[in-house]
Design a protein around this ligand. Structure first.
Ligand code: AMP
Length: 405
């Protein structure tokens, strides 16, 4: 089976063609600057990369270009688009309606549209990506996989904010959580790597990239997570503030004469690691600047690590203990220094980092000492694979149901 995975942003479109049964990636790529001018980088497995400026006025043009390169006689990996059995779309917000991945039909499109107020930047882009694919491949089944769905198992005590209850019932204000496919994938892999059933494990998953969140995965289910109503809640991130005292917004409006929108933009784009350091939102730049003696870069790293450490502690409290901590995403997969700093002081939870084993990048590894009562793991995330697996499962179930009829 061949599944095309699409992750559409407002001006970009990431894609991957893979076989969910063998987990083999046939090709992946990125279309950027859609609607501006256009650039594509197409990486077919085992062949030369195609990297070119190509005009893409809209997402449909981008999808058509993806088709062109996938079937190209030199850069291509398939002869014909009919070889693609299904398309899996990443959708950021599924609200309370979508607790699982679903086959896309009219009702599902309406449901995704209804969630636009909850994710005004992301869901419209995702819808554009789905519609562009439907236009180009009208007979290919499509599946929506939601960033929020994995967290729909959280109990009310974890997702209700202590604000007027009608904000929840009338305005849908609650914790939703994001990075769900990533937390789901790495917790499942952790159970496989530890050779234990996920139903008996309490795992704190730390997705630490440009966006960052932790999740308490108890017996295979998300019971709490650090991101909230939006991906702004929880940990400080590359340019996002994370959780702050809500009164700061009004105070800055008064003190600096900003509009509410301006404050929100600053909390989203000028805060986090960039805001503290004044250097960069990228942890590589921060580590380099800190090594040269830049105190604010060091402070940004210290704040980030301290908050992640505290979150791991709160995961343990939420789950009544923990058996494993998992690091994933850009920082979690690549920075041994940050992982070590985060784990400092967590020995009391039976988590002993092995400095030698921690000296690893971008590949699966158990990085705690052999005698550590609980385990620390590094697991590169693979959201595309989760999307492809869910897509294949749902399409096969539907085909089987049609046959039974
Ligand atoms: P992601 O959002 O998962 O793609 O992660 C992107 C972030 O990972 C970048 O902003 C970098 O800060 C971080 N990153 C990637 N490689 C490294 C590295 N070798 N050391 C530290 N941070 C890294």
């Amino acid at each position: 089976m061949k599944v095309l995975v699409i992750n559409a942003g407002s001006s970009s479109l990431k894609y991957q063609l893979l076989d969910p049964d063998t987990k083999e990636v046939l090709a992946k790529g990125l279309c950027e600057r859609i609607g501006i001018d256009g650039h594509i980088k197409h990486t077919p497995t085992g062949k030369d990369v195609y990297d070119a400026d190509r005009y893409m006025p809209d997402h449909e043009a981008a999808i058509k270009l993806v088709m062109e390169v996938l079937t190209h006689n030199y850069y291509g990996v398939i002869k014909d688009m009919s070889e693609i059995d299904a398309v899996g779309h990443r959708v950021v917000h599924g609200g309370e309606e979508f607790t699982h991945s679903v086959i896309i039909d009219r009702a599902v499109m309406k449901g995704i549209r209804d969630c636009i107020p909850l994710a005004p930047l992301h869901n419209p882009a995702n819808i554009t990506g789905i519609e562009a694919c439907q236009d180009v491949m009208p007979n290919t089944p499509m599946v929506a996989v939601f960033d929020t769905a994995f967290h729909q198992t959280m109990p009310p005590k974890a997702y209700i904010y202590a604000v007027p209850y009608r904000w929840y019932t009338e305005n849908k204000v609650r914790r939703y959580g994001f990075h769900g496919t990533s937390h789901q994938y790495v917790s499942q892999r952790a159970a496989e790597m530890l050779g234990r059933p996920i139903e008996e494990l309490r795992i704190a998953t730390c997705h630490l990239g440009n966006g960052a969140s932790t999740c308490s995965v108890k017996f295979g289910k998300s019971i709490d997570t650090s991101m909230g109503f939006t991906p702004q809640d929880g940990l400080p991130m590359g340019t996002r503030a994370g959780a702050i005292d809500a009164a700061i917004t009004e105070y800055i409006v008064d003190q600096r004469g900003y509009s509410g929108k301006r404050v929100e933009s600053a909390l989203n784009k000028e805060s986090g690691m960039l805001g503290i350091s004044g250097v960069s939102s990228d942890f590589r730049d921060l580590e380099a600047a800190a090594a040269e003696g830049n105190e604010r870069a060091q402070l940004a790293i210290d704040v980030f690590c301290y908050k992640v450490t505290k979150r791991i502690g709160s995961c343990a409290a939420a789950m009544g203990g923990l058996d494993a901590v998992v690091f994933t995403a850009g920082v979690g997969e690549n920075s041994a220094t940050l992982r070590a700093k985060i784990m400092e002081g967590l020995e009391f939870l039976g988590l002993k980092m092995d400095p030698e084993k921690n000296n690893v990048r971008g590949k699966e590894a158990i990085i705690s000492t052999d005698d550590s009562p609980n385990k620390i793991l590094l697991i590169p995330t693979n959201e595309e694979l989760v999307i492809a697996l869910d897509t294949a499962r749902l399409v096969r179930e539907q085909e089987a149901a049609v046959k039974e009829d």
